[in-house]
Ligand binder design. Structure first.
Ligand code: NI
Length: 260
């Protein structure tokens, strides 16, 4: 059984065939999906989906791309939503200095505000860090104290950075890009770090793995990521699936799914 720890099921890309996408995930052995919000609207949509399906949980939060439009009242609204049962994390939040859609100041401000909120609500956080390793690390080091930690989603650093985040108590989530021939660094990370610190994800509809590269991604494809991790570590697919599923269940305190 697999858990896709990060998908954007609410997105437009799934509007026409969402039920088919979910059915394919179940057929492939995906037992749970975390649908992740990027702003108020998408967080509400993710919550709506999670309320309809026992095998979907959700995270609410403001992505750094949308930092400029995020108002204090939006975060208050999200904090209210966070008390609903299918909300298992706050995210995705963080810093994106690659696209730079929002100013650094705005990104840092809402990142810190949301870390504080997540801590008050005792929710783990889902962290987006793109070309902002140093700043993300230092903010988490300063503000990430507390029992419930989180996950560095779609990890894009090297082994040393993965270990540094792990030392702070964070899980490392491996995306489908690990299947790309030239993705040397993420292959190294997935081989070097303990399986006990690892989650897997699709980031659907983005980042489709080989052999689906270039097409829309979907939760069923988390299978290819688990296969590649098993191949690299010379373990069985079952072990890779079992351990990453166990980790996701622990971090997000997921209910025991039917079929486990
Ligand atoms: Ni995402």
């Amino acid at each position: 059984m697999l858990i896709d720890s990060h998908a954007h099921l609410d997105m437009e890309d799934f509007e026409k065939d969402r039920d088919d996408v979910l059915a394919r995930a179940i057929q492939t052995g995906v037992c749970h999906i975390i649908s992740v919000g990027i702003d108020l609207t998408s967080s509400m949509a993710a919550l709506n989906l999670a309320q309809k399906h026992a095998y979907i949980s959700c995270a609410v939060g403001y992505h750094p791309h949308h930092a400029e439009t995020c108002k204090t009242s939006d975060l208050d609204h999200l904090a209210q939503l966070a008390s609903e049962a299918p909300v298992v994390a706050w995210g995705e939040i963080g810093l994106d200095y690659f696209r730079g859609y929002a100013s650094t100041e705005a990104q840092v401000r809402i990142f810190e505000d949301q870390l504080a909120l997540a801590r008050d609500l005792n929710l783990p956080v889902i962290i987006h860090d793109r070309e902002a390793h140093e700043a993300t690390f230092s903010i988490l080091k300063r503000m990430g104290k507390g029992e419930r930690k989180g996950v560095i989603h779609c990890f894009s650093g090297d082994v040393d950075l993965a270990r540094a985040f792990m030392d702070l108590g964070y899980f490392i989530s491996i995306p489908g890009t690990i299947t790309y021939k030239k993705a040397k660094q993420i292959k190294e990370v997935a081989t070097a770090i303990p399986l006990s610190c690892m989650l897997i994800e699709t980031d659907s509809p983005f980042l489709s793995p080989e052999p689906r590269r270039g097409k829309r991604n979907e939760p069923a494809h988390v299978y290819y990521t688990a296969m590649e991790i098993a191949r690299l570590r010379e373990i069985s697919f079952e072990e890779a699936a079992r351990e990453t599923t166990k980790n996701a269940r622990a971090l997000f305190q997921l209910p025991r799914d039917a079929g486990e």
